[in-house]
Ligand binder design. Structure first.
Ligand SMILES: [Zn+2]
Length: 471
């Protein structure tokens, strides 16, 4: 009997050894600490420790339903469910510790960051924000949120995500081993895990996917520097620190090409795929440069420390990044006039078609995510043209200095800054109408504002924009 008892203890100790050496401890100051690691069975583990005992939680980034298929609770006290648009944890008894096992989701999520971005050599970039959970009381409280995160009224605490790995990791531009940390409130960045070579570029440190086509990989450093040089010159400022770039290639599948980017402080993620990338051609190169410049614009928009505009006013940050990108690409001779005209022609058609049926501030909620990019780009060029003594770069420089209590790029800050920099009242009122109201005749209003701000638009007899002059 006694021997049996000792043997059991002995086995228990042996089987505990691999996990007992791992650090799942709570990180002081966080509301929740999530420790993430790949297990021997190929699945990943997310171990949550909460500062306070919880009865239920929602995952704040629940934009599509991928977790129902891939997440499983390892704790009999806890269940994982999808409730009215939110992925949720429900606990039978209040708890501070719970573990889940999951298969990483590497797909793209429209208008959210990919949870895991795969690199072609087996490395992976892990998005810390995918683990963000917010406190709720119970199932009924989750149902009441109606799938809209803006209905959640709690006080959001800090999220600490700890990645454990034997492979090298990149945390805030530094290579670390064993453990990498990402601490955020309402955001989170990417941590790269893998054995890829770290590239030291002129303007970045990072991982460039070895699977990227040669023509693109070889010129990336020079192209990015050309774009950054343009921003530095036109913005009149530099980034506080060298950026970290995680550039992945998902392969040649799919027609044309597609890309997805993200900016997290000084980190830039770029992710491309598609059959058009097999060969270098002018159109693909223009579009690639535009993609780099748009994402670089977001890095510069972050200089003043303000958050991007909220999704119902995405036209400010996203349209602004589009317009800033086109100015930089033109300034650096990376695109020609024909490209610019065809780009704005397409955006004008896209923007006016939508505004005939819906409000710009509702576009994202209706799934028309491309609309704020299109309308916002034209609105930014109108803003630029309306400012006689200032460029669009000056305008973006000025917004943080006039922000006062504002923490992000709001419509109030946008229009106040226009006023301060001397834009005519009629143009400000016109843009405010587009930002907030349902319009009777959006094409006429947009055309009038383009004319008033000196963009000199010309149309053919079908109403297609065929010429314009950028400020
Ligand atoms: Zn963007």
């Amino acid at each position: 009997m006694r021997i049996f008892f000792i043997v059991v203890i002995f086995i228990g100790l042996i089987s505990c050894t691999p996990t007992s050496t791992r650090d799942y401890s709570f990180i002081e100051g966080s509301a929740l600490t999530v420790t993430v690691e790949k297990q021997d069975n190929g699945l990943w583990l997310a171990h949550y420790v909460f500062a306070e005992p919880q009865t239920a939680m929602i995952l704040s980034r629940s934009r599509n339903d991928y977790r129902t298929q891939s997440w499983k609770s390892l704790d009999p006290n806890a269940s994982f469910e999808r409730i009215n648009g939110f992925d949720a944890f429900l606990f039978e008894n209040p708890t501070t510790n719970v573990s889940f096992e999951f298969k990483p989701y590497t797909g793209r999520i429209y208008q959210d960051y990919s949870p895991f971005i795969p690199f072609s050599d087996g490395g992976v970039a892990i998005y810390a924000g995918q683990f963000e959970a917010l406190s709720v009381t119970d199932r009924a409280a989750i149902e009441e949120l109606q799938g809209d995160i803006y209905n959640w009224q709690g006080q959001q605490g800090q999220l600490a995500v700890r990645i454990l790995s034997a492979a090298p990791m990149i945390e805030n531009g530094e290579i670390v081993t064993g453990e990498a940390l990402d601490i955020s409130t309402g955001g989170g960045g990417y941590i790269y895990v893998g054995n890829a070579k770290i590239t030291e570029g002129k303007d970045f440190t990072g991982v460039i996917d070895p699977g990227l086509p040669n023509w693109l990989r070889e010129r990336f450093d020079d192209d990015l520097t050309l774009i950054f040089d343009g921003f530095r010159e036109l913005w009149g400022a530099s980034l506080a620190q060298k950026s970290t770039v995680l550039f992945s290639f998902r392969g040649y599948q799919g027609q044309g090409f597609s890309n997805k980017g993200g900016v997290f402080g000084s980190m830039l993620t770029l992710d491309m795929s598609g059959s058009a990338l097999r060969t270098e051609d002018k159109g693909t190169l223009h579009a690639t440069h535009w993609f780099f410049a748009h994402e670089a614009a977001h890095l510069f928009q972050g200089i003043g420390g303000l958050h991007p505009s909220p999704s119902h006013h995405a036209w400010i940050s996203e349209g602004g990044a589009n317009a800033l990108a086109n100015h930089v690409l033109t300034h650096q001779n990376l695109v020609d006039e024909a490209y610019i005209v065809s780009d704005y022609s397409r955006k004008y058609a896209q923007c006016t078609a939508y505004l005939q049926t819906g409000k710009l501030s509702n576009a994202s909620a209706q799934g028309k995510f491309e609309v704020p990019y299109a309308c916002g780009d034209i609105m930014a060029q109108i803003t630029d043209g309306a400012l006689q003594d200032h460029s669009l770069f000056d305008f973006w420089n000025a917004m943080p200095t006039h922000a006062g209590d504002e923490t992000g790029y709001s419509t109030d800050l946008y229009f106040d800054t226009m006023r301060i920099l001397g834009a005519p009242q009629s143009i400000i009122l016109g843009l405010q109408k587009i930002a907030h109201e349902q319009l009777d005749d959006p094409a006429t209003l947009l055309t009038e504002l383009m004319e008033q701000s000196g963009l000199a638009p010309k149309f053919d007899n079908t109403g297609k924009l065929i010429a314009l002059k950028l400020p």
